[in-house]
Design a protein around this ligand. Structure first.
Ligand code: ATP
Ligand code: MG
Length: 561
């Protein structure tokens, strides 16, 4: 894994400072063990990347370990497809768990024994209240809860009922196992929380062996302890669950007591991060699958062309705090540009072509011009680009009647064709019926080969171009924000889906690219000069090339917001 390529040291944060102090005082035998615990009920997104970079980054920098653990305690919503894609995405991001891939379901038997141990210690009981009754007995933030009438069951009776729950004797929802803590606790999580429930569903790993499943809060802390995790890092919504985490570890006298530490989750504007909503967009076919390049999923960002190093850089730049905030999409794109600027070869493409005839260039002749792959990395070498009598330029690079300050092609004004010659336009050919421009007639100055005039005269504009006959057809897909407003999630009475941007995907089937790109493969990345950074799409074949625009060259969003 190439996680060492991030050369800068990772900035410190409050979690790293806790670990520094623990190492100084010799806590945990000076070991650092973290884990990334996804629930396999969806695809990973950029928010998960923050947690992955944090957990695996700490393990890397402190010579510790980070486990990948699937929190597969809710079989109704979980699928193998998600497990496979999560494994793939964490590897793609550049991290590795070596032989430490775990599943909470591996611990089902141990978890059951822990529950029995709690019952024996008079710290758990089987409760027959209905789900509605449990809710109303729980009380509110201002009122204490009420004790369940089943709270005083004897241990013998509890052990018997719990064993029979496991044996499948009772229907779903008829009984649960609850921790016996304190119905008057100011923390609602401590009011006899449910730790086991009956679920007669097939589990993707344990099959039909179990019909009772542990709750997340019960399974998570025990799993952490069994794996000797030292720092159990999670997002802020678990802060109020920490007393329960600690209570369970203490009551069970677990050999390891991991420290739960909470940080603020990542929120990004113009997108959504809720797994439920992402699933809704995918299932409702409002996007083209989990890897739709408009989604903030890691498979989507990958397909769009975001390099993993840029995502790691982003996660470092946003930092780790306890303050909730919303990060600008522009910052993520800035990280992507910085990385792509370093690694991508430059090439030329014309998205919206207009034909030019260079009248003084001989027919049936092709000249080859040299063009470097990268302006300041000679190691990338160069390629030959053909120049001929008929070329394409971008339609918007010509204006018959230009406004002031238009330095591109216009009748009588000389411009430079990148890596080639100066040209001048003499004649504009229009469709006699609709008046649309169909062709420009130009001449070139053969003395300006390579883009400089020996007499020292200057031109103000340089434009990109392609030799028409040699250019290769390609489809180019342009992307815009998935939502039209910055915070689609936070609108009170309006469904977030009504803010979907109808122009978020624009497919241009008739674009052209330079012939040196004939043999590109999916995921290859280029900068198309003046147009942005592009990535070859999964759909691309040699017969039909498809490119995604990853990002434009500049942040075109700053001004418009
Ligand atoms: P849900 O609660 O809907 O299952 P989740 O986002 O909590 O969704 P998990 O699979 O449980 O999904 O997440 C795995 C880990 O990633 C957790 O430790 C969680 O805290 C962390 N995580 C999830 N979303 C974000 C986010 N937006 N920013 C930072 N960390 C996140
Ligand atoms: Mg979760």
């Amino acid at each position: 894994m190439n996680i060492t390529e991030d050369k800068k040291p990772t900035p410190s944060n409050f979690i790293r400072r806790i670990i520094d102090e623990d190492l100084r005082t010799g806590k945990n035998n000076k070991k650092v063990a973290t884990r990334f615990p996804p629930e396999p009920n969806g695809y990973l997104h950029i928010g998960h990347a923050k947690s992955i970079c944090l957990n695996f980054g700490i393990a890397r920098d402190y010579n510790g370990t980070c486990n990948l653990r699937f929190d597969d305690t809710n079989p109704a919503k979980e699928e193998i497809e998600y497990i496979d894609s999560i494994i793939d995405s964490v590897h793609w991001l550049g991290f590795d768990w070596e032989n430490r891939l775990y599943y909470a379901s591996d611990y089902f038997e141990k978890l059951y024994q822990c529950a029995v141990q709690l019952i024996e210690a008079d710290k758990a009981y089987v409760c027959d209240l209905t789900p509605d009754e449990i809710r109303s007995y729980r009380g509110t933030l201002t009122e204490p809860g009420k004790e369940s009438p089943y709270r005083s069951r004897t241990n013998i009776e509890n052990l018997d009922l719990f064993a029979r729950m496991r044996a499948g004797e009772f229907t779903e929802g008829s009984r649960v196992l609850r921790a016996k803590i304190d119905m008057a606790s100011p923390n609602i999580n401590m009011r006899d929380p449910i730790i086991y429930r009956i679920r007669k569903v097939h589990h993707h790993r344990t099959g039909d062996k179990w019909c009772i499943y542990p709750m997340y809060d019960f399974a998570h802390c025990i799993s952490d302890s069994l794996e000797a995790i030292t720092h159990s890092i999670c997002t802020l919504e678990f802060e109020d669950h920490r007393p329960l985490y600690d209570w369970l570890i203490d009551e069970l006298k677990m050999p390891n007591h991991p420290q739960q530490i909470e940080f603020a989750r990542l929120n990004l504007n113009y997108t959504i991060m809720s797994k439920r909503k992402l699933l809704e967009l995918v299932q409702g076919k409002l996007v083209n699958g989990w890897d739709d390049p408009r989604l903030p999923t890691l498979v989507g960002l990958r397909r769009r062309g975001f390099p993993p190093a840029a995502i790691r850089d982003f996660c470092e730049r946003i930092g780790i705090t306890k303050q909730e905030s919303v990060v600008e999409m522009g910052l993520l794109e800035e990280c992507v540009r910085d990385e792509l600027n370093k690694i991508t070869p430059r090439a030329m493409a014309v998205l919206n072509p207009i034909r030019i005839v260079i009248e003084n260039f001989p027919e049936n002749t092709v000249e080859e011009l040299d063009a470097p792959w990268h302006p300041n990395n000679p190691d990338m070498g160069s390629r030959k680009i053909p120049f001929a009598r008929i070329i394409y330029i971008e339609k918007e690079d010509f204006m018959e009647i230009p406004p002031k300050g238009f330095f591109r092609l216009t009748p009588g004004q000389e411009v430079r064709l990148r890596y080639a010659y100066f040209i001048k336009c003499h004649n504009v050919i229009k469709d006699p019926i609709n008046g649309e421009i169909i062709e420009l007639r130009c001449t070139y100055d053969p003395e300006t080969r390579g883009g400089n005039a020996p007499d020292g005269r200057k031109v103000k504009g340089t434009i990109h171009w392609l030799a028409a006959e040699q250019a290769i057809k390609a489809e180019v897909r342009l992307y815009d924000r998935l939502f039209t407003i910055a915070n689609p999630d936070a609108q009170k009475d309006v469904d977030y889906k009504s803010f979907l941007n109808p122009d978020s995907l624009k497919a241009l089937p008739d674009c052209f690219i330079e012939p040196s790109l004939a043999k590109v493969n999916p995921e290859d990345k280029y900068q198309f000069e003046r147009l942005g950074y592009f990535c070859v799409d999964q759909d691309s074949t040699t017969a039909k090339l498809v490119f995604n625009r990853t990002v434009t060259l500049k942040d075109t969003w700053k001004k418009s917001n």
